[in-house]
Ligand binder design. Structure first.
Ligand code: GDP
Ligand code: MN
Length: 399
């Protein structure tokens, strides 16, 4: 789960990491904007920052007028700039060409920057542990720095059992060539960042830039944070980080009927399987035989008839869907329940695209019979390869 910058910074602050003072504006009305800007009236300048789940805002541009998603402006003009960002579409190197619509705007104090650094913690799946990355070339794209001058990026794994050690935090402070008070601040900040990372079940916390102010203090000017959705059950506050504007609407609809494994992809064949392993194998086979999946929907082994029906409705409604492919290995979940789910969904949503069902295992024959009697034009078989070949061919033919 991605977290907005303003919420990520609140979390950093609760772990004693210094961030610029800021307030997020969630409503585009003159009074809401004025109320927030009151807090900045004694400051000559403020930073106005579009809140979207993507980085690169400073170098990005709004489709409507070409301005950037992070602007340092004189406080007297801030209200206009804030109002102007609402509802506009920001395109950055991380949003894709469609961009993202801005629904929240964050106003912060400006900071006099002496130097900009990069600091992040992330889970490295290959090494199976957190990894810390730091660089004294902050502000810019760290991937580019890492590629062009890898010696500028300090990377080290952290033992999850012993945690991040003070000597490792000092290595970061040496790398950034800090001294005196700022050196101590850096050591504390790195240790606190690790505490925040573990306590929040984060997958990524990236501070870019972390700055040394002209007054000689460290401050986290920007923060990108991803929290592990699988840890939701032990964090009451996770729900408060959700922003319905940032969630794929189909994914949200799937969640609302209790289907938690729906992932939108960018192909055109909608896929439904029971079990994540079977689902992934289905995607692989589709890909190998020339098809492209529009999504991944795992109904699991306990789905009710209503959930299956809702799952099909979601797949059929999706504008990108040009074919529907179902792969069921019937066990606890009988094949005929899945067949009935499609039949029920087709009563309210038109089956306007080719549909292939591969049914194998528990009550497969009952499933085939139901489909035959329904009069729906569904190709059903127990042969997986034949099923995939058929949906790929029919989807292409229907184009
Ligand atoms: P991003 O482009 O989405 O990563 O957004 P950032 O929050 O990192 O802002 C982009 C850039 O704007 C930063 O890298 C800074 O260089 C600059 N910036 C943001 N806030 C301030 C500020 O208060 N003072 C100064 N001098 N620069 C700032
Ligand atoms: Mn940034």
């Amino acid at each position: 789960m991605n977290v907005h910058e303003y919420r990520a910074k609140e979390l950093l602050k609760s772990f004693h990491i210094s961030v610029p003072f800021g307030v997020c504006i969630e409503e585009n009305t003159p009074s809401a904007i004025a109320a927030v800007l009151k807090a900045f009236k004694d400051r000559p300048k403020v930073a106005v920052k579009a809140q979207i789940h993507a980085g690169g805002r400073g170098k990005g541009h709004f489709k409507e007028n070409g301005t950037s998603g992070v602007r340092l402006v004189e406080t007297e003009y801030a209200a206009e700039v804030v109002a102007d960002m609402f509802g506009k579409t920001l395109v950055t190197n991380q949003t894709g060409s469609d961009g993202k619509v801005v629904h929240k705007v964050y106003v912060t104090e400006t900071v006099a920057v002496a130097r900009e650094f990069y600091l992040s913690l992330l889970i490295d799946r290959d090494r199976q542990c957190p990894v810390l990355m730091a660089s004294d070339s902050g502000g810019c794209d760290v991937e580019t720095v890492a590629k062009e001058s890898p010696e500028k990026v300090l990377t080290f794994p952290v033992d999850p059992l012993s945690g991040l050690q003070p000597f490792q935090a000092r290595r970061v402070a040496y790398l950034l060539q800090l001294s005196g008070e700022a050196f101590k601040e850096c050591v504390d900040l790195v240790l606190n960042l690790y505490r925040a990372f573990v306590a929040s079940d984060a997958c990524l916390i990236e501070i870019n830039p972390l700055v040394l102010t002209k007054e000689g203090h460290l401050s986290a000017l920007d923060c990108k944070m991803q929290l592990d959705d699988n840890a939701r059950f032990r964090h009451d506050n996770f729900a408060s980080f959700d922003d319905p504007n940032e969630v794929d609407p189909t994914e949200a609809e799937a969640k609302s009927v209790g289907i938690h494994n729906y992932v939108a992809l960018d192909g055109d064949i909608a896929c439904l399987a029971n079990g994540a392993g079977l689902g992934m194998a289905t995607l692989d086979l589709l890909d190998a035989l020339g098809g492209k999946a529009a999504n991944f929907l795992d109904i699991g082994d306990t789905a009710s008839a209503e959930q299956i029906e809702a799952g099909f409705r979601i797949l059929l409604k999706h504008p990108k869907t040009r074919g529907v492919f179902v792969n069921i290995f019937g066990g606890t979940l009988p094949c005929d329940r899945v067949a009935q789910g499609l039949i029920s969904a087709a009563e309210t949503v038109v089956l306007r695209v080719p549909c292939v069902m591969r049914l194998m295992g528990n009550r497969k024959n009952e499933g085939f019979t139901l489909l035959q009697r329904s009069g729906l034009s569904v190709f059903a078989t127990e042969d997986l390869t034949q099923a995939v070949e058929t949906i790929v061919r029919e989807t292409k033919a229907a184009l």
